[in-house]
Write a protein that binds this ligand. Sequence first.
Ligand SMILES: Cc1cc2nc3c(=O)[nH]c(=O)nc-3n(C[C@H](O)[C@H](O)[C@H](O)COP(=O)(O)OP(=O)(O)OC[C@H]3O[C@@H](n4cnc5c(N)ncnc54)[C@H](O)[C@@H]3O)c2cc1C
Ligand code: FES
Length: 510
Amino acid sequence: METQSIWFESQNNFKFSSFEGKEEVDVAIIGGGITGVTAAYLLSQTGLRVKLLEAGRIGESNTGRSTGNLYSVVDKFFEELKSKYDEATILTILKSREEAINFIEKTIQTLNIDCDFKRVPWVRFSGTKEMDDPIQKEFVIAQELGLKVEWLEEGHEMLAPLQGRVGMKLDNQAQFNPYLYVAGVADILSHQGCGIHEGSRVNEIEKNEDSFTLTTDKGTLVTRHLIEATHTPIGISALQTVLGPYREYGIATQTTKRLSQDGIYWGHYQKGKVTSVRHYKDRLLVIGEPHKVGQGSSIERMGKLKNYAREYFGAEDISHEWGGQHYRPADLLPFIGQRLGSRSYVATGFATDGLTYGTVAALIIKDDILGIQNPYAEIYRSSRITPLKSAYKFIKENLNVVQQYAGDYLRHDSVKKLRADEGIVVNENGRRYAINKDQEGTLHVCSGICPHMGCIVHWNEGEHSWDCPCHGSRFDRLGNVIEGPALKSLGPVYESQELDIKRRQSEAQQ
Ligand SMILES: Cc1cc2nc3c(=O)[nH]c(=O)nc-3n(C[C@H](O)[C@H](O)[C@H](O)COP(=O)(O)OP(=O)(O)OC[C@H]3O[C@@H](n4cnc5c(N)ncnc54)[C@H](O)[C@@H]3O)c2cc1C
Ligand code: FES
């Protein structure tokens, strides 16, 4: 099974060259998702020389795998936010997000980008009796915060197709096609002389006295300012210890039933879990079923989403299914801004709210580079230390990482049992080999050790990738980096052992 996001249907309309040669700029941006492209748009307008380097295709990574919802609230319940932050901080968060949505709308109008943007309501509802109380509580807190929320009684037409019981609604949120937005902005920028390059993975960053040197396969870029708009910082960063990497899934399908009106619908059918539903043209999108990277079955999770679409909406053929990644920050807020003592900037920890947070980040970083005081910079400051707010989550995420180290080193299995599109890590003479079989029966072998910080990778059977449970690096079946902090691919296998593996390959194929 190949997975593809619904947003890539129009992918081939946009093409950007790869970066070659040697150049010098004022600002280099690594990453062509919503964060990087928005930053490129904002900064190129100021007259600075800007260049954006994207490893894959513009907008193709997590931005193009999102649900395309824009909302000022966040995925976490207000109750959880209130356990860590006072009312003023929560209102500041909401305001920063609302302004970012307005900015996106204005940009779409200014640049005339056709990306199906429209204002819609956001609805959070309970799908079971046990979730009625938490939703009721959320409604009360939202009212106390001064939000113009509306209560949806049992039997309300907006809840009926979702078998929702009660809910709350907030108007004037938005939806769009995130890929068309990002690729559309990038396309206009590249025609205005801003360097936008895809197929240009940055393999190395060297910090000089007053600049950075970035190296790709074909070029070298020297820059005064460096923005890592890479979703999670690349290379080794202390921030990775306070970020939990998760995968989450989406499906798109035609259905016999429709929602009563377009909107962002978040259903709580059980505690701690949300199923997100929306329409895009004639299709229904169902998003959810997260698990920590490398620790869950993508096939099983996508299966649950398909069952939901069939049971609640009479879904027919599933046209698209895909996975995306997100990084949950330990203290619930993203990390945005300048790294201490350097002119490099990070933007990470967006959880599943990053279309808006990525835009907030670009606005903050632009101001930071221009020396303008941004009213939201302080709450998201990347160099903040919040030991108490992060403590429990930090310990939990890192205990989980330690368990991954211990558990994996005890694992052993046989290559012979591998079926097509299965993968396994085997321990041979003290070395770990990541082995997967493709549809043609060919076995692909690379190192099973993640080059970032040495965890063991896990096979993702739905997306055919090697996923690292520690900080979320992912590699394709040949070991090339797909995403995450790792800068290098999974190492090659030593020749002598390659012979050994080849022997076992032929045994397995017999
Ligand atoms: C299933 C799912 C649904 C979601 N739905 C929503 C939603 O409805 N609303 C919302 O607000 N948020 C949503 N999110 C979150 C949102 O998708 C992300 O937070 C957001 O897209 C992050 O944007 P970004 O630009 O920071 O990262 P990305 O879009 O991941 O872009 C980072 C880019 O950096 C590039 N890169 C990485 N390393 C290098 C390198 N070494 N050299 C060059 N390039 C590199 C990558 O290739 C990538 O293109 C969802 C997330 C998931 C997983
Ligand atoms: S991503 Fe950090 S060890 Fe793999």
